[in-house]
Design a protein around this ligand. Structure first.
Ligand code: GTP
Ligand code: MG
Length: 232
């Protein structure tokens, strides 16, 4: 059997992506040595994402063993694309520099933890937050305080050390904890938000309906959680 070794972080490939982004956004991106620095940045953020996902998997296994229940339904990871990263810097009027990414953007590494019930969301998030080698940088609790459009999720920015040959690199990771119902709702709302082919009035009507759906879903998952707790 022949195993093909593919480089995960590849400077020529990143350079090509930079050129595409530059053409699409009509903006300057990184060049020369900065491309190598960007590749290093992607590598560190990807390491941070792996650290946090492993911690989450370990917690899920432990809960499963002790309580015969997996709090985590599944985990999704993504590294922000070069296009979105440059686009966000540009939109916020921030300099297009590597340090500006490090200092201002906390969602280069993103993890979505989809849980079965709201109690699972808080159990997993609280347990992770208490681990001694990571730091909680920011919490936005859109479950206790939903956004006006109905969006619910718990967002936590963690800082985790990634150990490289020159020592630890503290790196932020944005973790969105939500239930299956919250995820299902957010996917549809996201699709509607970026759908330009719909007439304005119809869109507004759909947003109104979604707002009602959000509170109905909250009610339904609460009732289902009660059954889950009662049957143990
Ligand atoms: P941005 O990352 O620029 O949005 O700023 P922020 O980090 O302060 O925002 P926040 O923590 O509120 O939300 C970050 C992410 O949560 C977004 O990138 C989305 O993935 C998700 N999110 C937030 N609000 C909504 C919403 O109303 N609908 C949906 N579908 N997703 C949302
Ligand atoms: Mg974001």
């Amino acid at each position: 059997m022949i195993l093909e070794r593919k480089q995960r972080f590849n400077v020529p490939e990143i350079r090509t992506r930079m050129e595409q982004v530059s053409a699409e956004l009509g903006t300057d991106t990184f060049r020369g040595a900065q491309i190598v620095e960007y590749a290093e940045l992607e590598q560190v953020y990807s390491g941070a994402m792996r650290e946090i996902s492993t911690k989450l998997e370990n917690l899920d296994d432990e809960f499963q063993l002790k309580n015969e229940h997996n709090p985590i339904h599944h985990i999704e990871c993504r590294l922000k694309s070069i296009g979105s990263t440059i686009g966000k810097l540009k939109k916020r009027g921030l300099p297009i520099e590597i340090d500006s990414i490090r200092e201002n953007l906390y969602d280069i590494a993103g993890i979505r933890v989809i849980c079965n019930y709201v109690t699972d969301v808080y159990n997993v998030a609280d347990t992770l937050s208490q681990q001694s080698d990571i730091e909680v940088i920011r919490v936005k609790d859109y479950i206790r305080n939903p956004k006006p459009n109905g969006y619910r999720s718990l967002h936590v920015i963690y800082q985790v050390p990634v150990f490289l040959s020159d020592g630890p690199h503290p790196t932020p990771v944005e973790v969105q904890f939500r239930t299956i119902a919250m995820d299902y709702w957010a996917s549809l709302e996201h699709r509607l938000r970026y759908k330009n082919s719909i007439e304005d009035n119809a869109r507004e009507q759909h947003f109104e309906t979604l707002k009602e759906c959000a509170s109905q879903l909250a009610n339904i998952e609460n009732r289902m959680q009660q059954i889950h707790q009662e049957i143990g």
